[in-house]
Design a protein around this ligand. Structure first.
Ligand code: ZN
Length: 428
């Protein structure tokens, strides 16, 4: 039997971990020397990190209660929350917006910084970009931890503030929290502006809470909204179940790539296309056996045998059969640049009508888009292969060869559903 390595045991991306592992770090100190702390909830080696900053303006403390609540939460598998209750302890102690130098820290960040006012003026931006120790501490922390998503709590405009990051994540937070999503003027030197500029692909945005002390239910609702973000970007469980792809099969793949594409390589470099298929079977086992066998295919009689990089079973389980760094024979004309995803099922409708399989499929496709920079219009069905701008085939009799699985109508719907997920970069 083949070795089956289960990378992530649970089929449920959102399953909470048994016990949250907490960890504390001092990330720097304020002007007056007060330590600024960050708390981690979830494993240090989690692939996806989220950061929540409870308060940056000393007179806007409400987010600290949400952060305190999140410290007792269990983030979804594969994610860790980093929590900074208070980036401005001096301002908090003094009840002032600014830090002890009279600087609005949210105008002090080193992107689009602009001189503004003097000490303790409302928007005083400091003596220069990132002049303040609190700003420096946060910037260092973000550079090191690379949070995929960062939430900054402020008061008291009662909105989710539109940023240049992932709009879907802001919409998700807006829906879950009940706060409308709205734009604000593009201020200079903000933390969010700097983060979104410095790490495009990652998302930072501001949530403006209500004024005053937040009631318990309000705190709970916002904590749930923050966890919903974590679930949305949590890595998907993928079971590695490799088919044999040894030296002989690689040589066969290389010969195939030479014949059909004029490429002297078995490796898949820079994939530009994802092709969705269905297997025309109702179970996974025969699919695996066919792909594993490396026998000439019944249709064209060529080697290596056909395969796909991923197979998604009816229950939503995702199996990786071949690394995406190797070419697989799944779509004539596109194998040189396409990742292949098979869905166990006998028709497009059966696949599209299966919510668990579709959820897994969309998540997998979105994360592959994010990892490889593949555009949604290049996520195609097998039946759409001939119209792809990446289609190429040197063997004349095969130039119009395609299959009927996953046709344009099904794929239009599929691509629309993809667009409802977070941006590819958020799920990479
Ligand atoms: Zn197909």
């Amino acid at each position: 039997m083949l070795h089956v390595l289960t990378l992530m045991l649970s089929a449920l991306a959102a399953a909470p971990q048994a016990a949250p592992a907490a960890n504390t770090e001092v990330i720097g100190s304020s002007v007056r020397g007060t330590p600024i702390r960050a708390f981690r909830v979830g494993p240090a080696r989690a692939r996806v990190k989220l950061l929540v900053v409870g308060s940056v303006h000393g007179d806007e403390p409400a987010g600290r209660a949400i952060v305190a609540r999140l410290r007792r939460s269990a983030p979804p598998r594969g994610t860790a929350l980093w929590l900074i209750p208070d980036l401005n302890p001096d301002g908090h102690a003094a009840g002032s917006r600014q830090n002890a130098n009279g600087v609005d820290l949210n105008r002090n960040f080193p992107y689009r910084w602009q001189a503004d006012g003097g000490p303790f003026d409302t928007y005083h931006s400091g003596s220069g970009p990132a002049s303040e120790p609190e700003t420096q501490a946060l910037a260092r922390f973000v550079e090191r931890v690379r949070p995929r998503v960062t939430l900054w709590y402020h008061q008291a405009l009662r909105i989710v503030v539109r940023s240049t990051g992932d709009a879907q994540l802001e919409r998700l937070y807006s829906r879950r929290s009940g706060l409308p999503r709205e734009g604000l003027p593009r201020y200079h030197g903000t933390a969010v502006g700097w983060q979104n500029r410095r790490f495009p692909g990652d998302t930072a945005f501001v949530v403006e809470l209500h004024g005053g002390q937040p009631p318990r239910a309000y705190v709970a609702r916002h904590a749930r909204a923050a966890l919903a973000l974590a679930r949305a970007v949590a890595p998907q469980p993928v079971t590695s179940k490799p088919i044999p792809f040894g030296a002989r099969r690689k040589a066969e793949m290389r010969a195939y790539a030479r014949r059909h594409y004029g490429i002297d390589d078995h490796r898949l470099r820079r994939p530009r296309v994802i092709v969705e298929h269905h297997t025309a079977t109702s179970t996974f086992a025969p699919v695996f056996n066919t792909f594993a066998s490396d026998a000439p295919d019944v249709e064209l009689g060529e080697l290596p045998g056909v395969c796909a990089h991923f197979v998604i079973d009816r229950d939503g389980s995702v199996y990786r059969l071949v690394p995406t760094s190797i070419m697989c024979r799944h779509t004539v004309g596109l194998n040189w640049t396409a990742i292949g995803i098979e869905h166990v099922g006998t028709s497009d409708g059966q696949v599209l009508g299966n919510p668990r399989q579709m959820r897994a499929s969309l998540r997998l496709t979105r994360s592959l888009q994010g990892r490889h920079g593949i555009r949604t219009r290049n996520v195609i069905g097998h039946a759409e292969s001939l119209s792809s701008r990446f289609h190429r085939e040197r063997v004349a009799r095969l130039r119009t060869q395609t299959h009927g699985d996953m046709g344009p109508a099904s794929m239009d719907r599929y691509r629309r559903l993809l667009g409802r997920l977070p941006a590819p970069g958020s799920m990479r």
